[in-house]
Write a protein that binds this ligand. Structure first.
Ligand SMILES: C[S@@+](CC[C@H](N)C(=O)[O-])C[C@H]1O[C@@H](n2cnc3c(N)ncnc32)[C@H](O)[C@@H]1O
Length: 223
């Protein structure tokens, strides 16, 4: 993921700093949407060791690896963000929801709905951290993740040769047939409007590198 989000470590650190600034404390419960194998969620747990951290994803292979590799204290939730039904797999409310390099998989209308849905699973004063391609000015940038020699494609080729993944790969072929990334890119203004429409009162950039940005959406002003 470092290939797709250059400066990823600094991005997450800036987002986590913003969470502590906004909440005025460490979060007790964190949900990572489209969390894949859970590397972002693990970074959250390293930062906040006492937090309950959950990873949600739709991909059977990534869920298999998350269950195998993450600490037992973390929950792994199978769900599809394409409809509001994902909320049924979550339990309670969260102080932080993470959506890192995942929103672009959804079409714009669905991404807008997701913001409103996320707000309903946040505790009062909770924070949504969203990182993706978010051009600051002008029209949408083109996403360029389709290079077949890129790490994500190579990763899947390697996975295909791994015997332990044969069954999860079969499930993936069924569960994700026809599911493709929308490659959606919204500018900063798009995200601001969608966040306000979704019920958040603030949407601010807490990190930027080129066209990639981390946005924090929340209700209260920073302390
Ligand atoms: C580029 S990866 C990012 C993974 C992780 N957030 C990170 O930063 O390392 C995008 C993730 O979104 C997940 N995803 C895409 N569409 C989804 C959907 N409709 N429902 C749930 N997860 C989805 C993929 O399975 C994948 O794990």
């Amino acid at each position: 993921m470092r290939h797709y989000l250059p400066g990823r470590h600094g991005c997450l650190a800036a987002g986590f700093d913003a969470v502590e600034q906004i909440l005025g404390r460490s979060p007790a419960a964190v949900l990572d949407l489209g969390g894949g194998v859970g590397t972002t969620a693990e970074a959250a747990l390293r930062r906040w060791p006492a937090a309950q951290v959950a990873v949600l994803d739709a991909d059977p292979v990534l869920l298999f690896l998350a269950r195998a590799g993450l600490p037992a204290s973390m929950s792994v939730l199978p769900a599809d963000l394409s409809t509001a039904a994902w909320r049924a797999t979550t339990s309670g409310r969260y102080d932080v929801v993470l959506v890192v390099m995942t929103l672009h998989f959804l079409p714009a209308d669905r991404a807008r709905e997701l913001y409103a849905e996320i707000r309903t699973v946040l505790n009062p004063g909770g924070v949504l951290l969203m990182a993706d391609t978010v051009p600051a000015l002008g029209g949408p940038a083109r996403r360029d993740d389709c290079d077949l020699s890129a790490p994500w494609s190579r990763w899947w080729s390697d996975a295909a040769g791994e015997p332990a993944l044969r069954e999860p790969l079969r499930s993936r072929a069924q569960a994700m047939a026809g599911m493709t990334s929308a490659e959606f890119v919204g500018g900063l203004d798009w995200h601001r409007v969608a966040a306000l429409d979704g019920g958040f009162r603030c949407c601010r950039t807490v990190w930027r590198r080129g066209d990639h940005a981390m946005l924090a959406m929340h209700d209260t002003s920073a302390r």
